[in-house]
Design a protein around this ligand. Sequence first.
Ligand SMILES: [Zn+2]
Length: 73
Amino acid sequence: MANALRWVMNAEVPTIAFDLVEIEVNSSVLRDKFIAHRLGLIPLMSERAMGMRFSHDCDACDGDGQCEYCSVD
Ligand SMILES: [Zn+2]
């Protein structure tokens, strides 16, 4: 029961996440893909998240994910 509540509460909190990562210089022992994947797992809270659209549903950029309604710079 508690786990179900946790899933529902997590699903209702609007968050954004990294979708595109560009690494210029990686001097660590970790591969670029590993770092990009781990960054994508971090949920970021934003006041703008409630007003944003999914990029695949965005009419303003035809799903490119490059406009102000579905992405953050
Ligand atoms: Zn868009």
